[in-house]
Design a protein around this ligand. Structure first.
Ligand code: ACO
Length: 287
């Protein structure tokens, strides 16, 4: 029997995203599982609020973005983000675009390291937050698709750009034009994600990655992730110059003290080797 036509989600905005903080890791969930976590205007607004709330908290060192239920995110909400906005007019369309793009932008330049943990479906607009996260790990069962072509639009909202950035040219073209999904292992082989794992191993692997990131000097991690994104757009000479200045700015942010301590632990105390792990930042003098 055919299902009844879709209705707007009655869930209040505050419930469209949920999070928990455990041992320095903020686990943030797209939380509309019955709508496959597609991004409604309410969800986009709430995600911006949550990201900003977590960004400067001392008890958050790493942020993981994942999905409740069987989906990471089924892209933009075709009912609430597209149809309803278009019925209201261009002002609403633009408002919804800005609200979506602005949290992806916030996430791309987040103060803390970010990890996408893709547990299931990942379509279209979800490529924005996928790309925004610094690292990405998925379940083998996850499916990635630029399904836009299947419902007669182009991959907008940055999705084309994400495919062009992450995939080799022929693969990006095929992906955008054919509307076929990639499995987790295929996405990993094409380097859209760092790794694909069996679903029951995914969280443990992401936790392991978070535990490593937590031990790094947080200022250096931030400077590194921002530098990696910036240099992608630069000539070699510009990148070289930018990186000198970024390191000098990092020095002003406590980087010099961290480096001195790390160097002391290696050269004088012989308690660690930079080639084999991270210095012990708990020994840093705090004043
Ligand atoms: N927009 C609006 N509603 C959605 C979306 C979406 N993107 N994705 C899922 N839903 C809703 C369904 O309409 C359904 O709602 P209902 O309870 O009102 O009927 C509910 O979520 C469950 O969806 P089903 O299709 O029944 O779930 P199923 O597990 O069988 O299929 C799948 C999951 C494959 C993700 C399917 O829902 C789908 O194709 N969704 C659309 C994916 C997509 O192309 N997204 C847009 C990408 S392009 C862009 O983002 C700009």
């Amino acid at each position: 029997m055919a299902k009844a036509p879709s209705q707007p989600d009655p869930r209040p905005q505050s419930e469209t995203v949920k999070y928990e903080i455990v041992d320095g890791v903020a686990w943030v969930y797209f939380n509309r599982p019955d709508k496959r976590n597609c991004m409604s205007p309410n969800l986009n607004r709430q995600m911006k609020i949550v990201l900003e709330e977590l960004e400067f908290r001392d008890d958050v060192q790493v942020l993981v973005l994942t999905g409740e239920g069987s989906s990471w995110s089924a892209g933009m909400d075709l009912l609430e983000y597209f149809r309803h906005a278009e019925q209201e007019g261009l002002h609403k369309v633009r408002q919804h675009q800005r609200e979506a793009y602005s949290w992806w932008e916030r996430l791309r330049w987040y103060e803390k390291p970010t990890v996408a943990m893709i547990n299931g479906w990942c379509f279209g607009g979800a490529y924005g937050p996928l790309y925004a996260c610094d690292l990405a790990f998925c379940a083998d069962e996850a499916q990635f698709g630029l399904s836009e072509i299947n419902w007669a639009i182009l991959p907008g909202g940055g999705a084309s750009k994400v495919a062009a950035e992450l995939l080799p040219f022929r693969d990006a073209m095929y992906h955008a034009m054919m509307g076929e999904n990639l499995t987790g292992p295929q996405a990993a082989a094409l380097r859209m994600v760092n790794e694909s794992l069996p679903a029951d191993k995914l969280k443990a692997r992401v936790q392991e990655v978070c535990d490593v990131l937590k031990k790094k000097d947080s200022q250096a991690v931030r400077a590194t992730k921002w530098a990696m994104r910036r240099v992608m757009e630069m000539t070699y000479d510009n990148a070289e110059d930018y990186l000198i200045r970024a390191q000098e700015a990092l020095n002003q942010f406590g980087g010099l003290e961290s480096r001195k301590e790390a160097t002391k632990q290696f050269l004088d105390e012989k308690t660690f080797k930079p080639g084999l792990g991270t210095f012990d930042k708990t020994k840093l003098q705090k004043d």
